[in-house]
Design a protein around this ligand. Structure first.
Ligand code: NAD
Ligand code: MG
Length: 399
């Protein structure tokens, strides 16, 4: 066998849940991967420890003071890691000519510019940051096409779909004989909670996901099923599938990560334990397969697989996401921005859980003259939608 060329990787959002799982897989394969850069928002103690373990060439944090502080600390520990800060630092490590692979695992719209920079630079982009794609889908996919970047999905559902589509899928469902994409959803922690109790649920309850351990924002999105809504839009952009060809199937065991149904009636699924190291390892090594640290699937212990249709009364966020996908234009960007603001307010105990969809609906109604045709337009739409959402949140402050 030929010697492998070691791939240099920048992990954006290294201190997060996906960042941690990525570094776990990377550390299992020092022959294949070398950590080039690690980034974090503000948790510099954690980033310091990760730098000691992985000795990256660069580290990036949000603020200048944190950067100076981290730089002194790393120097004391004998590291030559150079510390940068702000969006310009993120963009630099995402697009650096010595980088091969970029893990885009910053949460929310904050990840947009560095992820786009990686795509523009033609990198292998491992996309966890679905919000970036929901915000700027058409523009983002144009950049990927024009630069020749390789975009590989990390979201477990989209990675499952990617694995269930024919190799070399040309982003044409019709030509590939695809009838439907079946996105599975666990239904989250409130699938069976009596509806009249939902207005009183706490951030802790919302973040206690039955099957996955994840960051707080995506955990709340899973509870409202906005996560699945964002994923429907993500699937649309990644696989060029219209809303009519994307169905959501609630599957509480989270063993089937998603499925593709073909015109001949075949349904191809990808199964596995709910552990993000599987999709991460798949995308890191693609088209090879590497050990991810994930144990074998014990079907006898699981015993049964259940399926049900999503309840759009219980989960209005899923309905709103489908409506935005059908509407097109800037609707997805307004949906994403207002959701980020509403979720942050809920996590801060400034907003009730049941007001999250109400805020988004108001933002969608009030948004006018929004565009996503250029990156400046996307950023402007994002900022204006957040301002609208914040003014609606202020009207409903948690009593
Ligand atoms: P997390 O909250 O655990 O981590 C977020 C990371 O982003 C942290 O490293 C944080 O420092 C960084 N960050 C946050 N705000 C930032 C900012 N303004 N500037 C720079 N960096 C910033 O989140 P997570 O659960 O790891 O999710 C990351 C992304 O992956 C999200 O887009 C999420 O939807 C997606 N995703 C996560 C999972 C999962 O299992 N956790 C599964 C599928 C998709
Ligand atoms: Mg997912």
């Amino acid at each position: 066998m030929n010697a492998l060329k070691q791939q240099r990787i920048s992990v954006l959002g290294a201190t997060g849940s996906i960042g941690g799982s990525t570094l776990d897989v990377v550390a299992r394969h020092p022959d294949r991967f070398e950590v080039f850069a690690l980034t974090a928002n503000s948790r510099i103690d954690e980033l310091e420890n990760l730098c000691v373990r992985h000795a990256p060439r660069y580290a990036v944090v949000q603020g200048g003071e944190d950067a100076a502080n981290l730089s002194v600390r790393l120097g004391r520990r004998g590291l030559t890691t150079e510390v940068m800060h702000g969006v310009s630092g993120l963009i630099e490590v995402a697009a650096h000519s010595d980088v091969d692979v970029v893990m885009a695992a910053i949460v929310g719209a904050a990840g947009l510019l560095p992820t786009l920079a990686a795509a523009r630079a033609g990198k292998r982009v491992l996309l966890a940051n679905k919000e970036a794609l929901v915000l700027s889908g058409s523009l983002f996919m144009d950049v990927v096409r024009d630069s020749g970047a390789t975009l590989l999905p990390i979201d477990s559902e989209h990675n499952a779909i990617f694995q269930s589509l024919p190799a070399g899928y040309g982003r044409d469902p019709e030509a590939a004989g695809v009838r439907r994409i079946l996105l599975t959803a666990s239904g989250g922690p409130f699938r069976l909670t009596p509806l009249e109790q939902l207005h009183g649920v706490t951030p802790e309850q919302a973040c206690a996901h039955p099957n996955w351990v994840m960051g707080r924002k995506i955990s709340v999105d899973s509870a409202t099923m906005m996560n699945k809504g964002l994923e429907v839009i993500e699937a649309h952009w990644l696989f060029n599938a219209p809303a009519e060809r994307i169905d959501v199937v609630v599957h509480p065991q989270s063993v089937i990560h998603s499925m593709v149904e073909y015109v001949d009636g075949s349904v191809i699924a990808q199964l596995g334990n709910p552990d993000m190291r599987t999709p991460i390892a798949n995308a890191l090594a693609y088209p090879d397969r590497v050990e991810a640290g994930v144990g074998p699937l014990d079907l006898f212990r699981i015993g049964r697989l259940d399926f049900e249709a999503p309840d759009l009364v219980r989960f209005p966020c899923l309905r709103l996401a489908y409506e935005c996908l059908r509407e097109g234009g800037a609707a997805g960007a307004v949906l994403n921005a207002s959701n980020e603001e509403a979720v942050a307010a809920f996590l801060d105990r400034r907003l009730r859980y049941t007001d999250i969809p109400a805020i988004i609906e108001c933002a969608l109604e009030r948004a006018s003259d929004m565009s996503v045709e250029s990156i400046d337009a996307v950023l402007d739409t994002d900022a204006r939608s957040r301002a609208i959402a914040r003014s609606e949140i202020d009207k409903r402050l948690y009593q």
